[in-house]
Ligand binder design. Structure first.
Ligand SMILES: *Cc1c(COP(=O)(O)O)cnc(C)c1O
Length: 283
């Protein structure tokens, strides 16, 4: 398998990460995951923009341009012959003797690779279980940081309880999932947390807001309370790898009817239509 390492495409065995890489020691860096459908990236511009924003927010200056990165991603996809999958790309602040503070001239280190991935069809069709958990992350959740310790701990807790995701709650309000955005449906209207420092503004989330508008599905960017969560009609999660997955039980109790709801189905269908045209054009 070929990888992208500091701007060059090479065999994975040729790339090496330094033991004093700050990404490795401090989680000092940012990342992106981009979906590949039929050999083509989906919403790559949005992902690359967000990557540059995340890097900028933590004070990493990049010596390459967005269009060059996109070009390299395309080369990597070609090299690895990925049809259905994704790209993982991360930027760490750089390599230096381990001290919390850093010098400004440190060179950012970048790593990118592709992976194969099938649509989580079973989950999308039948829905999944979720648990609720307190959102104890830091207050800059808008940055797609490598530091995912609390997300990891909480997803693991969900997994050990047979659940697919954890719905995070901060100060009594639903924020998002550990690696997805959360949407609730009540009386035909969709609610999701507004964009601020408490959530990661998902690219899938943005696609869905656009779908709600096009499909005339009423929606509001408004956080619902933990109490309201107990009486919603439908609940679903959205992310690059999950796409749109219904959440049918929460902490062991049925959400609404305990089956994927009509609004969720409509959103899933519209989302599939968005990713299909690329496939048709290619064939
Ligand atoms: C990446 C991520 C998401 C989903 O974003 P997409 O761009 O849709 O993949 C949601 N929440 C968190 C915490 C994330 O890290």
């Amino acid at each position: 398998m070929k990888v992208l390492w500091n701007g060059s495409i090479m065999d994975r065995s040729e790339s090496k990460v330094d033991i004093e890489d700050r990404g490795y020691q401090f989680g000092d860096g940012v990342y992106e995951v981009i979906r590949i459908y039929n050999g083509e990236m989906f919403a790559q511009k949005e992902h690359i923009d967000r990557l540059f924003n995340s890097a900028n927010e933590i004070g990493i200056e990049l010596a390459f341009e967005k269009k060059d990165l996109e070009q390299q991603f395309n080369e990597l996809i070609q090299e690895n012959q990925v049809s259905e999958g994704g790209i993982y790309f991360q930027i760490s602040r750089g390599v230096a003797p381990r001290k919390h503070q850093y010098k400004k001239d440190i060179q950012p280190q970048t790593v990118g690779y592709t992976f194969s991935l099938k649509k989580p069809e079973e989950e999308q069709t039948n829905g999944v279980a979720a648990i609720t958990a307190q959102d104890m992350r830091w207050l800059r959740c808008d940055i797609k940081s490598l530091n995912l310790l609390y997300n990891v701990m909480t997803k693991q807790k969900a997994s050990e309880q047979g659940a697919f995701e954890a719905v995070l709650i901060r100060d009594g309000y639903v924020t998002e999932g550990t690696s997805s955005n959360i949407f609730a449906v009540k009386d035909g209207e969709v609610y999701t947390h507004p964009v601020n420092h408490l959530i990661l503004n998902g690219i899938t989330r943005r696609e869905l807001l656009n779908i709600f508008e096009n499909e005339h599905i009423p929606f509001e960017e408004k956080a619902i309370t933990e109490e309201e969560l107990g009486s919603v009609d439908e609940l679903f999660m959205a992310s690059t790898t999950a796409e749109v997955i219904p959440i049918i039980t929460l902490d062991g109790k049925d959400v609404g009817s305990g089956k994927p709801g009509n609004v969720t189905r409509k959103v899933q269908e519209a989302f599939q239509k968005r990713i299909v045209p690329a496939n048709i054009v290619k064939q």
